[in-house]
Design a binder for this molecule. Structure first.
Ligand SMILES: *Cc1c(COP(=O)(O)O)cnc(C)c1O
Length: 399
């Protein structure tokens, strides 16, 4: 039996060939392939413009810079996210303010944001966590009414939909990741999508040291053109090697999502018989790409989350703890925050199961069998006491 990983990218010969061809072309840094990848990505998510950058963290940072967020400004973020969501706020000397999340979607809502709103609040970074779409209409209305900048952390959400439209469509700022842990990969890479072309132009300058003229534009010109540096920028460029990879990967997206949704449905079906266990699911207003398939253990589950991870590993299955909570990490020790009961429960009691394009149903059944076996411990330990029928669905508010 071989180890089942939690995630592996889906890469083929076409990607290898595209990268080799880029090497042969002699143009490996940001150039024509980056421009083509931006156009193809923007078209796929139905957005007017996309700016390719070095990763999603730099895309989020660029969004904060472009939105004018600076020292002392408060930016509301979920603690329940990969730590980069909070870190980028610190990079602007602004203050991340942790908000709790909805127990079902694991996402921010107007209610959880309102609970931590202050006169210093300037922006919200809302995460489409694990690919589960945010409920965008109420969120956008809430932020517009209060003049708050809304930045969507769509690191995990390429191809997820909201009311029939792809995530990224209609966003002022939406940041995507191409880390191999996400659906599409370019090794490292990110994309900042916006509905404002002028903003995208500024983003392209800022990612390239604030230069008014890209290297590609200068090379393409027949007259001597001297660049100037319009503001203090960054080096957040993507390479053409990465973009070549991204263009091929983008062509696989539909198949990837279809397969992931099929596997997610199999998990949901099989695990629905385990008392009290809750799984990732589509919200009524949209569809998930199931970048992360999480399950939340009920209080009645016979063994703890970490013990279950160990049992899975003993059975040659790599799973992961659920989404991390930034406020529980040493990096944010001493950072004041409101009580975050849902976040703390989700991060302590959930785990992420293997889900990737190449996962066979036989291997998926191995994962399901381990969960079934461990869940049966409930009936064994509870035999004759009637505790099975009393098994709770897991009070979401209990820490
Ligand atoms: C992965 C991830 C990031 C960071 O993406 P990188 O491309 O690695 O910088 C940010 N936010 C969330 C929610 C993520 O899952």
């Amino acid at each position: 039996m071989s180890r089942i990983p939690v995630m592996i990218p889906w890469l083929g010969e076409a990607e290898a060939e595209a990268v080799a061809e880029t090497v042969r072309s002699g143009w490996v840094a940001q150039g024509p392939r980056v421009a083509a990848f931006e156009a193809a990505f923007a078209a796929r998510v139905q957005a007017p413009a996309a700016v390719a950058v070095s990763n999603c963290t730099t895309a989020l940072h660029l969004a904060l810079v472009m939105a004018g967020i600076g020292p002392g400004d408060e930016v509301i973020v979920p603690s329940l996210s990969f730590i980069a969501t909070a870190n980028v706020v610190c990079h602007q000397q602004a203050v991340p303010v942790f908000a709790d999340v909805d127990p079902v979607t694991q996402n921010l809502t107007p209610a959880t944001i309102e609970a931590v709103l202050s006169p210093s609040t300037c922006a919200v970074i809302a995460v489409h966590q694990g690919g589960t779409p945010l409920d965008l209409d109420p969120l956008r209305a809430f932020c517009a009414e209060r003049d708050l900048v809304l930045i969507e952390d769509a690191a995990c959400a390429v191809g997820s939909t909201y009311r029939g439209r792809p995530i990224g469509a209609d966003a002022r700022y939406a940041a995507f990741s191409f880390h191999p842990r996400k659906l599409l990969t370019t090794g490292e890479g990110g994309m900042l999508v916006t509905d404002d072309r002028a903003l995208a132009d500024r983003g392209r300058r800022l990612r390239e040291h604030g230069m008014n003229l890209s290297a590609a534009a200068r090379h393409g010109s027949n007259t001597v053109t001297l660049e100037s540096y319009t503001e203090v920028g960054f080096n957040y460029r993507m390479t053409d090697l990465q973009a070549a990879l991204g263009l091929v990967q983008l062509g696989r997206l539909e198949a990837m999502i279809a397969r992931r949704r099929e596997l997610a449905a199999r998990y949901q079906q099989a695990l629905s018989e385990l008392p009290g266990l809750i799984t990732a699911t589509d919200p009524e207003y949209g569809t998930s790409n199931y970048q992360s398939f999480w399950v939340l253990l009920p209080d009645s589950f016979p063994i703890g989350r970490d013990a279950l991870l160990q049992v899975l590993l003993d059975n040659d299955i790599s799973a992961r703890r659920g989404i991390m909570a930034a406020h529980c990490e040493p990096a944010y020790a001493g950072h004041s925050h409101t009580s975050l009961p849902v976040t703390e429960r989700l991060t302590a009691r959930s785990l992420i199961l293997p889900l990737y394009h190449q996962l066979s149903t036989a291997d998926q059944d191995r994962v399901i069998d381990v969960l079934r076996r461990e869940a049966r411990g409930v009936s064994l330990s509870g035999a004759g006491t009637g505790s099975m029928t009393g098994s709770s669905t897991g009070s979401m508010t209990r820490g």
